[in-house]
Design a protein around this ligand. Structure first.
Ligand SMILES: O=C(O)[C@@H](CO)OP(=O)(O)O
Ligand SMILES: [Mn+2]
Ligand SMILES: [Mn+2]
Length: 559
């Protein structure tokens, strides 16, 4: 029994034994697509993943990893790590941030909540600042939501609005930030005509400014702080569109990596530093890349970098980003309540768990897996290991990343026999896929495949079971295509590189000497998605899943 009196006990699976070591591998950004030269997984040598597919058709299948299968608003929404790992860990489909914000804006509920009332108190005397990712990618934020929020706030008394933009190029095509900035700029110009003093105040590329995650590099957040709060940056411009166009011409830059800039007035003074009494909203709905800036904006006690000035502001997140830390304390939209995750159940049922990735994906197999909750459920039953990621580089420079190190940690955990579940995320295909560097992504896919081998060899040795899957697609398609699937060319006749995730399904393979002979994928769950994996894994640990979990993908047939 849990402290609330809720019964965490899972029923025994009628046929499957307990106590097997289950190696659970998530390949980040590894989807299934037609084989051609832009499918880096196809081009790469991936004998291990290939052998699953060819070797045992009843133990390999595809699952859905995008759109409504993972709680996103539409089938046009590509998958992402947050919703993917949430679904994998929680075993149910929750309406996710993107969808919750849509409906809170549509119904107007957003403006009736505590969070909005809190920031609104600043409107009569002070500035409202909005900080977030400027694109229509729908992974972290959406431009249409930002525009609606700006409109709603101005209709409710915000007289001075400053937007601090982060350019994307990772969930959308590189170069598209110019168009998004123009759309925003035009909208703010309309507001100015109506007497609202609304402007873009600062900017920078998401991977270089503000949107770091899992404390990989506080310097990223500091660069944002300096521009957004202090109004200081190496580059100063009179408007954001000009800033982006100019800075994109510098060598080695891109929307993702644009250096920070501030917008200044005719006297060279920054138009929107954040000062005492102002209201601040971080308008991304997705959690991981907002936690660090939320800490900087909210915590009085803070030693990650010198903030120089810590203004007394009214701060709210679009959502609450961390349910355990209750961070930020004020927010505009209730986050999905992802409760009773498989990780929590399994700790109550005696399954000891080891989870590991490198920094850039560490929270994926811990925080996201556990329903956007940091920390352990039960430190006696769990061990989470983070391998430090390289920082300050783009991952096409080191496409092997820490795959071997992660796999070796997993191997050691498996061989130690101290854990029944050993869970990892292998980041390569995703992180390198996002750079748009096709050759490096091929190397990345091979490295991930080699890491899988290390882990399944260890599973082999202890008589365990493996489950290999992915959270969404990325490296299997590196080019933007037309409706017929043909690569699209830009005006210079070059292919348009796709740095983003995809709408593709992902593979799931099960096997290993510990897998009971009659276990196979059911044929009656043709639309299975990532949320079906948790029940499947619970079965492999010898338990029935809770009744409200999405159904298991496996059955046990008598041979
Ligand atoms: O890097 C990220 O933040 C996203 C893409 O925006 O990728 P992933 O969902 O795989 O973490
Ligand atoms: Mn991912
Ligand atoms: Mn990604």
């Amino acid at each position: 029994m849990g402290s609330s009196g809720f019964n965490w006990k899972l029923a025994d699976h009628p046929k499957l034994p307990k106590g097997k070591t289950v190696g659970l591998i998530v390949l980040d950004g590894w989807g299934e697509a037609n084989p051609d030269q832009y499918n880096c997984i196809h081009v790469a040598e991936t004998p291990v993943m290939d052998s699953f597919k060819k070797g045992a058709p009843e133990r390999w299948r595809l699952v859905r990893a995008h759109g409504t299968a993972v709680g996103l608003p539409t089938e046009d929404d590509m998958g992402n790590s947050e919703v993917g790992h949430n679904a994998l860990g929680a075993g149910r489909i929750f309406a996710q941030g993107a969808k919750l914000v849509d409906s809170a804006l549509e119904t107007g509920k957003l403006y009736e909540g505590e969070g909005f009332k809190y920031i609104k108190e600043s409107f009569p005397t002070n500035t409202l600042h909005l900080i977030g990712l400027l694109s229509d990618g729908g992974v972290h934020s959406r431009l249409d939501q930002l525009l609606l929020l700006v409109k709603g706030a101005s209709e409710r008394g915000a007289k001075r609005i400053r937007v601090h933009i982060l350019t994307d190029g990772r969930d959308v095509l590189d170069g598209s930030s110019v168009g998004f900035a123009e759309t925003l700029e035009n909208y703010l110009a309309e507001l100015r005509e109506k007497g609202v003093d609304a402007q873009i105040a600062s900017g920078g590329g998401r991977m270089y400014v503000t949107m770091d995650r899992y404390e990989n590099d506080w310097g990223v957040v500091k660069r944002g702080w300096d521009a957004q709060v202090l109004g200081e940056a190496p580059h100063k411009f009179r408007n954001a569109v000009e800033a982006i166009k100019t800075l994109r011409q510098e060598p080695n830059t891109s929307d993702q990596y644009l250096p920070p800039f501030v917008i200044v007035d005719e006297n060279g003074k920054p138009v929107g530093p954040i000062v005492d009494g102002d209201a601040v909203v971080t308008f991304n709905f997705r959690a991981d890349r907002m936690v660090m800036i939320a800490k900087a904006l909210e915590y009085a006690d803070f030693d990650k970098f010198d903030r120089v000035r810590f203004p007394k502001i009214r701060y709210a997140g679009m959502l609450q980003y961390d349910g355990e830390l209750k961070l930020p304390s004020k927010y505009l939209v209730e986050p999905p309540e992802i409760d009773r995750t498989s990780g929590e159940y399994l700790t109550y049922n005696g399954v000891r768990t080891f989870a590991c990735s490198e920094t850039v994906k560490f929270g994926h197999v811990t925080f996201f897996w556990n329903g956007n909750r940091s920390g352990y459920f039960n430190p006696q039953m769990e061990e989470y290991v983070e391998i430090p990621s390289d920082s300050g580089i783009t991952f096409n420079v080191q496409p092997k990343m820490k795959a071997v190190e992660i796999a070796e940690k997993a191997r050691d955990a498996i061989l130690s026999k101290k854990f029944e579940q050993v869970r990892v995320n292998l980041p390569n295909s995703d992180m390198v896929g996002h750079t748009g560097d096709i050759d490096a992504t091929v190397v990345a896919c091979k490295a991930a495949d080699e890491a899988v081998k290390i882990i399944i060899d260890a599973i082999e040795q202890v008589g365990g079971i493996y489950v290999v899957t992915a959270d969404h697609g990325n490296a299997e398609d590196m080019v933007k295509r037309n409706k017929k699937g043909q690569p699209l060319l830009d005006k210079n006749g070059n292919i348009q590189i796709l740095t983003s995730h995809t709408l593709q399904p992902v593979p799931i393979a099960i096997g290993g000497p510990g897998l009971a002979p009659g276990v196979q994928f059911r044929k009656d769950v043709p639309n299975g998605g990532l949320a079906n994996v948790a029940a499947t894994v619970m079965n492999l640990h010898g338990f029935e899943a809770p009744a409200d979990y999405e159904t298991t993908l496996i059955e046990v047939v008598d041979n």
